[in-house]
Write a new protein. Sequence first.
Length: 269
Amino acid sequence: MTDQITYQFEAFLQRITLSDSEKQNALEQGQRLSRRIEQRSEVRECLITGSMVRSTAIRKFSDVDIVAVIEPEDQLAHSEPAALVSTVAQMLGEMEPDVQVSENAVRVTHMDGGVVDVLASVRLGINCEGDEEYRIPTTRQDGWEIYAPEAQNRRIREATKLVGEDFKRLIRLCKWWSKTHGQPISSHEIELAAYRTFPRTIPELSRAVVEFSDSIRHRIDGSPLTQAALLDFNRLAREAYDKQISGDIKKSSELWGMVFGDEFTAVIT
């Protein structure tokens, strides 16, 4: 990667990466809400998970994820998915002033702008890999899916130990692209795709973005809009990298700006 493009990637990553104090404040906010939720008799425990715990969070778009584990014996555990989400929203509405349902989670927004997503779950047991599994509502609240949060945490830890911090830096870059382009793929899918694409080593970041976009374009099945977004991501990233390699740094910077937005190009203006 040329010095100028290297600088742009590094400066851009600094802009979108949470500082240690920002991450700590967000996690403490989640812990305070967790303790309040755990006072409810129907809640066995709360688990804090997600990008904040895995250090793949990005500014503006990341929040704290809480898994509220409902007692299997409680009547609430036998609710239909939509009813479970609705009941948890009512419960949180008694604790916080700004509560909204967001897909299969309940989103709590605090006055300082901090956001916590609470996902209701029912414990199923331990899977063959030794991870706790939970039953959670699907995104559309029309069924159930199995969720093993520690499995995802472990994947990120293992990959980072093996290939280095650029693994998590790549995830942040790709999350930013997705969030600023209508989120064609979820943050969870991005982390999983990165794990599958770079099992042992990772190239320089600009090349890694290209290889990642190659991989998800062929692996992710979705709507025509999703497919179009992934194809455009792959095309622009490849063109930006080709210009970078050929020495046309101005055009490369312009194309990377089309991938990541104004925050990327503003670095050198």
